[in-house]
Design a protein. Structure first.
Length: 305
């Protein structure tokens, strides 16, 4: 049966990463676009050949929806997610779910009580090369590093906008932390409270895990590296997979015809959420893992105060 899903928040991220994928899934989903701007609604409906639309969230919720995608600013997530869950809808929302850990916990608890999926859009988890890293056995050291050239952002914003990806990717690649782990946060700020360098180290009995963000680097890059007894495995910018072992070294790159939204994980992530709805499947981003990502971001922000 065809799903009917609302999409609210039609700004930059929705137009770059979501609508192009959604437009290709109209054999499975009747998408209902929602924005308060009539001209934008008409333009995007025409551009992506999507027929259904409305001009308010309340009007959207009056429709017989199965789920809603929320791409509005972070400050509005709590209100929209809660409203959608109370209407009995499954919810997909951009990261972070909220910058308030109490709100994050409340919303996941509400989703569980309503038996609805609440999925946060951590696209790196679905990037093919990171999926390949994740399936490696005997992981010992995990390092996720994101760098930017001469970037100036207030610490809380930088952590919840950029570092959240390095933390979540590290947790995705790690074994379950259990309860026996230690975390060591480090933050370096300028005199105006802008983040320059941050690192979260997580120690478990079997693994050493680090997530790093450097906003004063000489390059824009994202590197995931993983060490096992079998070698060193690295993913550069989600597009290049390198294996280094004693006997040989290999490099694999994404095929020329592979789209950016595929290599960056957006297309498979959206597909995973839709498939979970169609099959009554498990949450593609497990709540307990997402809760930990949000908790560690909060710890990083709190450490700087």
């Amino acid at each position: 049966m065809m799903l009917k899903i609302g999409v609210i928040g039609l700004g930059n991220i929705a137009q770059k990463a979501y609508l192009p994928v959604m437009a290709q899934m109209q054999d499975r989903v009747d998408w209902v676009l929602c924005t308060r701007q009539p001209a934008k609604l008409a333009q995007l409906q025409a551009q992506y050949h999507l027929e259904s639309g409305c001009l308010s969230f309340d009007t959207l919720l009056e429709q017989p929806l199965d789920a809603v995608f929320i791409h509005t600013p972070t400050a509005t997530h709590y209100q929209y997610v809660k409203q959608a869950l109370l209407h009995g809808l499954h919810v997909f929302v951009d990261k972070p779910l909220s910058e308030n850990p109490l709100e994050v916990a409340e919303l996941y608890k509400l989703a569980a009580s309503k038996e609805r999926l609440l999925t946060v859009g951590f696209n790196r988890r679905f990037a093919p090369f990171l999926q390949k890293l994740n399936h490696l056995p005997d992981k010992q050291l995990i390092n996720i590093t994101k760098t930017r050239v001469a970037t100036s952002q207030p610490t809380p914003f930088a952590i919840y906008d950029l570092m959240i990806h390095t933390i979540d990717t590290a947790l995705f690649l790690a074994d379950s932390l259990g309860t026996n782990y230690k975390i060591r946060p480090y933050c370096q700020q300028d005199a105006n409270g802008n983040l320059q360098l941050a690192q979260l180290t997580i120690e478990t009995p079997r693994q050493l895990i680090s997530a790093t963000l450097n906003l004063q680097s000489g390059t824009n890059q994202e590197i995931a590296s993983l060490q096992t007894p079998h070698g060193l495995f690295t993913v550069d910018n989600l597009t290049r997979y390198t294996t280094q072992a004693a006997e040989d070294s290999r490099i694999q790159t994404a095929a020329d015809w592979t789209s950016t939204l595929e290599t960056r994980g957006f297309a498979p992530m959206i597909d995973a959420f839709i498939t979970a709805l169609e099959t009554n499947g498990a949450n593609p981003v497990p709540p307990e893992s997402s809760l930990l990502t949000h908790q560690f971001c909060h710890e990083m922000v709190h450490f700087t105060k």
